[in-house]
Design a protein around this ligand. Structure first.
Ligand code: SF4
Ligand code: SF4
Length: 427
């Protein structure tokens, strides 16, 4: 499996900068089964010599929690079978993973550990079983006593253009979402629930607990910091998070997964994703987490030629991957394939100070100056003098940059490096 790298992707002509509603012809997801092994990406702890607790050959069941290093993070086996490989996997921005490959053996066999305890929901149970579930709920955010979450924001909107995965879930899985909200209220002391949907679609969610609020159809209004400012009138200060202000944004799919898990005792393992093949006709598919993207694309007889680009996520914020073995992950909401003729490459051109990036930036950052510090690796200066932490990661600057500078990728790398430096400085 080759390394995944982040690369700017902004070459698909001129996509309208408006979110895409669920297309009229999409009624249900198309199920996809992996043709062979599945692979899970388990974040490695910082210690160089982390030794996996799981071994090659170990039997696993679908829904089983697999903690490789005795840390609080884990992956969930999406199939029943045996671990067939464990290998280092370099991720983007210097992240280190271990790729856990599982060869499926039996269909229909599921781990029953949650079944024993699902009728008495608690945050501890949710953290133990559901933190890697489809939609990636980020349950640790609900467990911080110093930063209590009062408001749960259920995101039935998508975070990127062309993607309609979360909108579909909000429309199709109201029963599971309702169950998930009840559980989260019970286990995490949530006081207020807000359901985010498109402004044009605020009607029809009366069966789900919570206040329904509509997000503007123009990108990037659905990104959490912009929702905080635009809908709730709360500005998230630079370097702080929505959680610092007591708000937790969780995808509709994550909430539905939690609801379904506590209702049935079965850990969900299938991810929904919008697939946009080269012909541009979008599909909605459902595949076990860990399914290679090549197996998903085979379903649509997509041939990948030299120069084509595969992007996980949408056109503005997605990440290019360079192997068909790259797996669908718990938060992979979309898979986009670009023909080589449509895929724009980054360039080595310098910034020409045109100011386009500054004009489009919703955070009103001086990007033309910031980018010089980022290119030179002067991340602390970029943070102190040019508001690095105000960036909401919308990608509009990269989209408009005439020199095709991968500005968003520079920003994400800088944020990651600063966080890494600080975590190693912490005694
Ligand atoms: S990604 Fe670019 S345009 Fe968007 S907020 Fe960050 S700096 Fe501004
Ligand atoms: S859009 Fe690109 S070239 Fe223009 S000022 Fe911004 S970084 Fe420089």
């Amino acid at each position: 499996m080759t390394m995944m790298r982040s690369k700017s992707f902004f070459g698909m002509g001129q996509p309208g900068l408006e979110y895409t509603p669920v297309p009229a012809g999409i009624h249900r997801p198309e199920p996809i089964q992996p043709a062979g092994p599945v692979t899970l990406l388990h974040l490695r702890p910082p210690e160089e010599k982390a030794i996996p607790a799981l071994k090659i050959g170990a039997a696993v069941k679908a829904g089983q929690r697999l903690s490789l290093y005795g840390t609080s993070d884990y992956v969930t086996a999406p199939v029943t079978g045996a671990i067939s490989a464990l290998a280092p996997f370099p991720g983007s921005f210097g992240r280190s993973y271990t790729a856990v490959t599982i060869a499926p053996a039996q269909v229909g066999v599921h781990d029953d550990a949650l079944l024993q305890v699902h009728q008495t929901p608690s945050l501890a149970v949710a953290l133990d079983f559901l933190d890697a579930t489809p939609g990636l709920p980020g349950l640790q955010r609900l467990a911080d006593a110093e930063r209590p979450i009062k408001t749960l924001v259920v995101c039935g909107v998508d975070q990127d253009l062309l993607v309609f995965t979360q909108q579909y879930v909000l429309g199709a899985r109201g029963h599971d979402i309702q169950a998930g909200i009840r559980v989260l209220q019970q286990i995490a002391g949530i006081q207020e629930v807000i359901i985010l949907t498109r402004k044009e679609a605020v009607q029809g969610y009366g069966h789900i607990i919570g206040r329904v609020m509509g997000v503007d159809h123009r990108y990037p209004s659905a990104l959490p910091p912009l929702v905080m400012a635009g809908l709730f009138g709360k500005v998230v200060p630079a370097g702080r998070t929505c959680e610092d202000l007591g708000f937790c944004f969780m995808s509709a799919e994550a909430v539905a997964s939690i609801g379904s898990a506590f209702s049935t005792g079965v850990v969900p393992v299938n991810k929904l994703l919008t697939v946009i093949p080269k012909n541009g006709v979008p599909r909605l598919v459902e595949a076990p987490i860990g399914t290679p993207v090549g197996d998903v694309l085979k379903r649509f007889t997509v041939t990948i030629s030299a120069g084509d680009r595969i992007v996980t996520g949408g056109p503005m914020r997605g990440t290019a991957v360079f192997s068909l073995d790259y797996p669908v992950q718990a938060d992979t909401d979309a898979l986009l394939v670009l023909d080589s003729t449509a895929a724009a490459n980054v360039s080595d051109y310098p910034c020409i100070n045109c100011g386009e990036c500054v004009r489009v930036c919703p955070a009103r950052m001086q990007i033309n100056l910031l980018v010089r510090y980022l290119e030179a690796g002067k991340y602390e200066d970029a943070e102190e003098s040019y508001d690095l932490n105000s960036c909401v990661e919308c990608g509009l600057c990269s989209f408009v940059c005439i020199s095709k500078i991968p500005i968003l990728q520079y920003i994400m790398l800088a944020k990651h490096e600063l966080a890494r430096m600080r975590s190693t400085e912490t005694p």
